[in-house]
Structure formats: C-alpha cells, structure tokens
Design a protein around this ligand. Structure first.
Ligand SMILES: [Fe+2]
Length: 194
C-alpha cells in the first residue's frame, strides 16, 4: 500500500537551513505579503520596493485536517528588521481556538510571542534545543531576535486545528518587539485595537 509521502519515509529537515527534502515546497512570505503588519509601514514599503526579500518560510505538508492527525514542519525566519522591529511571522490563532502547539528550536535565536483573547501575554526566548509550548487559546508569532542568524523551529499541532490569520491582520498583537540600544525590548503596540 502506498502511503502519502509524509508517512512513506522519514522527511529530512536540514537543521542548518530548515529546508526539507520532500515533495511539498515551503510557503513563503515576503515584504509584499506583510502590508501593515509592522509598525513602520514606510520602512516595509521601502524594503518591498528594493528587493522584496523573503522574510520567512514554512511548510504545509498536506496532512489530513483530522483531529487524529498531526500537522508538522519547520518555520524559517530570516534575520532582519523593518524599521527597528525584528523580522517575524504574521502569527495566528488556531481556528479551533483551544488547541496547543509545540515549537522546538533547531537554530538561531528568537522569541515566541503569545497572547490570548482576554489579553494575557506570554513571551519566551527560544534557543537551539529548547521547546516552547504554546497553550490552547493563545495566538502565536515567531520573532527572529538575531541580526545575523536564521531562526529555525520545528512545529507540531493537531491536524484539524486550522489557522485564523484574520484576527491578527485586523488588530495586530498587543505587543511588538523592537531593537533599542542593541537589544530587544517588548513594547505596547500603538496600533493595537481592542
Ligand atoms: Fe499555530
């Protein structure tokens, strides 16, 4: 019996690049895909117009969206900043809100920013070898805190959890992470709307 590729044999995820040797190419998000996601929209637009590089890549392996399955892959956030705000993913809630996720850091230096609808905020630094548990009900976003290294994490979540990107696109996260005097600091997002 022929199984789907993600069952048929192990998938090699290169821990140095995060890229996988498999049939599914990673999805990518460039500056042009993140309009209004960063505080400094002028800086984002300038970066879009001068190269429009990839900010991050991640895998969608096509695992069935069933409660009994597990979706997994790597997330790869390249170093850089938009204005003084570190490169980050769009971030999302899960459509089935009360479903958790594990991120295991393979390389780089970053942060998992998390918040729930009631406004509780959790943020955890990520170093290679560390696992971050994102509890159910928490929106989550990966942020690359290094100016030179790529942040690579491996994630696993319930197959039917789904992604709700819309709430974050509309309101943003309550906190942003910016560089000040050479190190990261967490600040209130002045554009966050309740
Ligand atoms: Fe997630």
């Amino acid at each position: 019996m022929k199984h789907p590729f993600y069952i048929e044999k192990p998938i090699f995820f290169d821990p140095a690049t995060g890229l996988a040797e498999c049939e599914a190419p990673p999805l990518e998000r460039r500056y042009s895909n993140m309009k209004n996601m960063y505080l400094d929209e002028t800086a984002r637009l300038r970066l879009e117009q001068t190269g429009n590089d990839v900010i991050y890549r991640f895998y969608e392996l096509g695992v069935p969206e069933k409660e009994s399955d597990l979706a997994y892959g790597t997330s790869i956030v390249y170093p850089g900043k938009v204005g003084n705000e570190y490169h980050m993913t769009n971030g999302h809630f899960h459509t089935i809100l009360d479903t958790a996720e594990i991120y295991y850091c393979l390389a780089g230096y970053g942060m998992m920013m998390m918040e729930n609808p009631e406004g509780d905020i959790q943020y955890k630094e990520m170093h290679p070898g560390e696992a971050v548990y994102v509890p159910g009900r928490y929106a989550h976003r990966s942020i690359n805190l290094s100016n030179t290294e790529t942040l690579i994490t491996f994630y696993v979540f319930r197959g039917d959890a789904g992604h709700d990107y819309g709430s974050i696109k509309e309101k943003g996260f309550r906190k942003i992470v910016v560089e000040k005097e050479g190190r990261w600091t967490v600040e209130d997002n002045p554009r966050w709307q309740s």
